[in-house]
Design a protein around this ligand. Structure first.
Ligand code: ADP
Ligand code: MG
Length: 549
C-alpha cells in the first residue's frame, strides 16, 4: 500500500511520500515510512504512541539510496535501502563522529514484481533528490557535482603507515558504491607518478580527480595540472582529498570548515568520504612559490622554514606511528632548539587590497582581463564567477585596480600558468609598500592558507578556503622551550594567538619573501622539501576547485 498524504511531520513540514513496508529481516512488523523535504521518518506500526518507536533520519546525512529485487526469486517483493552517516557522540572521548546507518525496507504490496520495483525506484529517486538538495535548503549557493560524477581516485599505497589501500577497501569503496559514484582506482607506483599522470590525462573523461594519501599527493596533482598547456581549463577540475597519509592537513581543514569537531584517523576519513559523496565544490586559494633557479611551484597549504619545516622532515623516520609523528618530532626538536637567520618581508593585506568579499588584486586583474604583457589573460568565464563577478564592479574592486596599477609588475619570464601580479623578480629589490621584519633571528616562519597544519594542529584558525589571504606567522628568537611547547599545545585548539606570547607574530599578507642567510637548512611547501635558499610567494585567490561539503 503506497499513498500520498498531507499530514504534518514533527516540524510542521508536509509529508510528501508515505508508504507502509516491512524490514528485510522481519516481515511481521510493519513500518510507516514518511519522506519529507528534510527527513526520512520510520514509525513502527501500529503507532498508538505517536513519538515512540520512531526513527528520524536527516536527509543531510544521506549519501545514497537504491532500489532492487532478486530477479531469480519467485518472491515479487522489491527492496529499498538508504544509507546515512549521522553524527554520533563518541562514547570514550569528546566530540562526535559519523557512523553508518543502513535502512532497508521490503516492498511487497503489489502482485507484480515489476510494479513493486517501480514503487521502490520512485522512492529511491525521491530520497536521492532530496538528499542532494539539502545544502540549498540551508541557503547554500555552492555548485554541486551532478550525480553520479566520474571520479579518478589516486591512492598512494606508501602514505602514512602504508595502510591507505586497506582504508580505501574498508571505508571508501563501500561508501562510493552506496552513493552510486563510479570511480577508477589508480594506485601510484612512485613519487611524481600522479603528477605525470594528470599532466597527460584526457580530463574530459573525469568530473573530479581525488587523491587518497597525505597532502603530498595533492601537491603533485595541482602542480601536474598547472604544468599542462591547457592549465586554465585543467585547474578548474574539481579536486578532492581523502586522508590516508600522516600529514592530512587539508583534509582536517575541510572537515573543520564543514563544522566538524576535531577528528583524526578513521573518523576523519569517514567524514571526508561523506563530504566527497555530497560533491559540493568550492574555490580554493593557491599560492605561487618562486625560487632563484628552479621552476615556480603552486602550493595549497603552507610554506615553512625553521622549526616547523625541520620537524616535518625529521619526523619522516617516525612515519610508522602515523599522524603522531609530528608530536614526536616536535618534542625531539624542542630539545635541540635552534635559531634560524634570515630576512623576511611581506606585502600586507590592506583594505584596498582585500574588499569585504575578500577580493584581491589578482581577481581584479583577471576580471578586468588584463595580464602583464606577454602573458595570456585568463578567460572571463573561468575566473569571474559567483561573488567574484559582483565584486569586479564594486567600488572596492575599482580601488583595488588602482592599487594594482601602482604595484610593480612581474618581470619574470612569461609563464604559461597564471601570472603573478605583485611579485618582482626574486633578485630585484622589493617595492616600498612592502614591510621588512626588523628581526633577523627566528625560530620559525610559517605561511598558511588553510586552517590546519596537521590533523591536530589548527595553526591558522582564521583561514578560510578562498579568502585570498596568506596567514604569515613567525616566532622570534629568544622564546623559551617551555613557551614554544605551550604554543604548540595551544595550537591543538587554535588558541595559540590568545596566549599573548610576545615572540609570536601573525600578519595577513598577499605576498612574502624569505632570504635565509645560513648556508644550509630546510624549506617545505605543503610538507614537501623544496630548494633551500631565497623564496617568495603570492596568493592566487580561488584558483583551484575543491570538493568540500
Ligand atoms: P604522507 O602524509 O604519509 O607523507 P603524502 O601524500 O604526503 O603522504 O606522500 C608522501 C610522498 O610520497 C609524497 O612525496 C608523494 O609524492 C610520494 N609518493 C606518491 N606515491 C608514491 C609511491 N607509490 N611510492 C612512494 N612514494 C610515493
Ligand atoms: Mg606529506
Amino acid at each position: 500500500m503506497d499513498q500520498r498524504i498531507t499530514e504534518l511531520d514533527r516540524n510542521n513540514k508536509p509529508v510528501s511520500l508515505y508508504g507502509e513496508f516491512t524490514l528485510t529481516g522481519n516481515r511481521k512488523v510493519r513500518y510507516g515510512v514518511s519522506l519529507t523535504e528534510r527527513d526520512l521518518i520510520v514509525q513502527r506500526l501500529p503507532s498508538t504512541h505517536a513519538w515512540r518507536n520512531r526513527l528520524v533520519l536527516n536527509l543531510k546525512d544521506c549519501v545514497g539510496c537504491r532500489a532492487y529485487r532478486d530477479s531469480d526469486s519467485p518472491d515479487p517483493a522489491a527492496y529499498l535501502t538508504a544509507y546515512f552517516y549521522p553524527l554520533r557522540r563518541r562514547l570514550v572521548s569528546s566530540g562526535a563522529t559519523r557512523q553508518r546507518v543502513e535502512q532497508c525496507f521490503r516492498l511487497a504490496a503489489l502482485q507484480e514484481p515489476c510494479a513493486n520495483l517501480e514503487v521502490a525506484e520512485m522512492w529511491a529517486g525521491a530520497v536521492r533528490e532530496r538528499a542532494a538538495q539539502q545544502h540549498l535548503r540551508d541557503g547554500g549557493s555552492k555548485r554541486t557535482l551532478p550525480l553520479p560524477f566520474r571520479m579518478m581516485l589516486l591512492v598512494n599505497p606508501q602514505s602514512g603507515k602504508g595502510q591507505a589501500l586497506s582504508l580505501y577497501n574498508q571505508h571508501i569503496r563501500p561508501m562510493l558504491k552506496e552513493a552510486g559514484i563510479p570511480h577508477t582506482l589508480i594506485i601510484t607506483e612512485r613519487q611524481n607518478h600522479a603528477r605525470e599522470l594528470v599532466r597527460e590525462a584526457d580530463l574530459s573523461q573525469w568530473d573530479a580527480v581525488v587523491i587518497m594519501s597525505g597532502d603530498g599527493l595533492l601537491f603533485e596533482v595541482i602542480n601536474g595540472l598547472l604544468e599542462r598547456p591547457d592549465w586554465e581549463e585543467a585547474i578548474r577540475t574539481p579536486l578532492g582529498i581523502l586522508p590516508g597519509g600522516s600529514g592530512n592537513a587539508l583534509a582536517a581543514s575541510i572537515h573543520h570548515y564543514s563544522g566538524g569537531l576535531p577528528a583524526s584517523s578513521e573518523d576523519l576519513l569517514v567524514s571526508c568520504g561523506f563530504l566527497l559523496c555530497k560533491g559540493i565544490v568550492s574555490h580554493v586559494d593557491l599560492v605561487s612559490i618562486h625560487f632563484p633557479s628552479s621552476p615556480r611551484l603552486f602550493s595549497f597549504l603552507s610554506l615553512a622554514w625553521g622549526f616547523v619545516a625541520d620537524v616535518d622532515i625529521e619526523s619522516e623516520k617516525y612515519r610508522h606511528v602515523g599522524a603522531a609523528r609530528f608530536t614526536l618530532g616536535t618534542l625531539v626538536r624542542l630539545v635541540s632548539l635552534r635559531i634560524y637567520k634570515g630576512k623576511l618581508s611581506y606585502l600586507p593585506v590592506t583594505e584596498d587590497s582585500v574588499s569585504s568579499e575578500g577580493l584581491t588584486n589578482n581577481v581584479t586583474l583577471r576580471c578586468n582581463n588584463q595580464a602583464p604583457s606577454g602573458q595570456r589573460p585568463p578567460s572571463s568565464d573561468s575566473l569571474c564567477e559567483n561573488s567574484f563577478h559582483n565584486s569586479c564592479h564594486s567600488n572596492n574592486g575599482l580601488k583595488a585596480r588602482r592599487t594594482e596599477a601602482r604595484t610593480c609588475r612581474n618581470a619574470n619570464k612569461p609563464l604559461s600558468s597564471p601570472p603573478d601580479s605583485v611579485l618582482p623578480p626574486l633578485d630585484q629589490p622589493l617595492p616600498r609598500n612592502w614591510v621588512v621584519v626588523p628581526e633577523e633571528d627566528f625560530v620559525l616562519m610559517l605561511a598558511m592558507y588553510q586552517s590546519h597544519l596537521a590533523e591536530d594542529l589548527m595553526a591558522a584558525p582564521g583561514a578560510t578556503l578562498n579568502d585570498g589571504v596568506i596567514h604569515l606567522f613567525y616566532v622570534k628568537a629568544g622564546i623559551s622551550r617551555a613557551a614554544l611547547l605551550n604554543l604548540f599545545l595551544a595550537m591543538e585548539k587554535g588558541a595559540h594567538m590568545t596566549t599573548s606570547c610576545q615572540y609570536l607574530v601573525h600578519v595577513k599578507v598577499l605576498a612574502l619573501r624569505l632570504e635565509p642567510s645560513s648556508a644550509k637548512g630546510v624549506i617545505t611547501v605543503d610538507g614537501e622539501v623544496v630548494d633551500y635558499g631565497p623564496v617568495q610567494a603570492e596568493v592566487h585567490r580561488g584558483l583551484a576547485r575543491l570538493i568540500t561539503g
